[in-house]
Design a protein around this ligand. Structure first.
Ligand SMILES: [Zn+2]
Length: 276
């Protein structure tokens, strides 16, 4: 049996593969601790021999380094479960998982993923290899310096591009402007709110930076905000030439994701991984 988990700032989704069926669950990630949830699954299904986790936070060699939006009590999660149970556990950053799933879907060795949800995340596969960096934090695009905002990012800085181009950034700006409710680009635009203009410009800046640095053949866009606002894909296609390195645009395809949950699909690919 196998257990796959996709955990973000809002939801914990799981799929348990038994010989007969797939058992799916969706819970609040605010109300459930990851390690406690895995223990419950193992109590119900003691034959689980592999666990793959897509995690919305920084992860290095099976250890959770930081998790701004998720409740975590056990950080060395791989070591803990592999020493207490007869199983193998692999965990990776959600964007790393997503870009692996996208590369597999597009059968592409040079691909960059840019996902806009609660945060702004990116990951790159270059010549078939995931670019990891020293501590598995390469292409943390959301935290590149951009402009100063009048509020702080979860990382402690006030100039991250994520503060302008993400659902979480929009929420902070709405609170700062004393506005209620969930961020909705269309509604804000209709109200003449300038945070939409700021959002679009910051997203363009992030996408142009990613393409100029990574030189992918495909730039694939996903995440909740892109899914709710598909016009953003068109906007980037039309305007990326105004900001990106021109020769990095030659042969580039910009497209939206075709996957329903690339993070979960990537968690399933972790079983094949041997590089840790
Ligand atoms: Zn930041």
């Amino acid at each position: 049996m196998k257990l796959f988990i996709d955990i973000g700032g809002t939801h914990l989704r799981s799929e348990i593969y038994t010989a007969e069926m797939i058992h799916r669950e969706k819970l609040s990630s605010q109300e459930h601790d990851l390690a406690d949830y895995i223990k419950q699954c193992l109590a119900r299904y003691p034959d689980i021999s592999f666990i793959g986790i897509s995690f919305a936070g920084q992860v290095y060699q099976g250890e959770i380094l930081s998790a701004p939006n998720i409740r975590i009590t056990t950080k060395n999660i791989k070591e803990y479960f592999e020493s207490c149970y007869p199983l193998r556990l692999e965990i990776d950053n959600d964007l790393n998982c997503a870009v692996m799933a996208e590369a597999s879907y597009f059968q592409e060795a040079n691909i960059a993923a840019l996902y806009v949800g609660t945060g702004l995340g990116a990951a790159v596969i270059d010549q078939g290899r995931l670019i990891r960096g020293f501590h598995n934090q390469a292409f943390e695009l959301g935290h590149i310096p951009y402009k100063e905002a009048p509020f702080l990012c979860g990382c402690g800085k006030n100039n991250c591009v994520e503060l302008f181009a993400s659902g979480g950034g929009l929420e902070k700006r709405m609170r700062y402007n004393h506005k209620e409710g969930k961020p909705d680009l269309k509604k804000l635009k209709d109200q003449g709110d300038n945070s939409v203009e700021l959002f679009e410009d910051a997203l363009l800046h992030a996408a142009a930076t990613l393409v100029s640095l990574a030189n992918p053949r495909i730039l694939v866009l996903g995440g909740g905000i892109v899914e709710q606002n598909p016009y953003l894909i068109q906007l980037l296609k039309q305007k990326i030439g105004t900001k990106a390195f021109p020769s990095a645009l030659e042969g580039l395809t910009i497209t939206g994701t075709a996957l329903k949950n690339a993070g979960m699909d990537g968690a399933k690919l972790l079983e094949r991984r041997e590089d840790g």
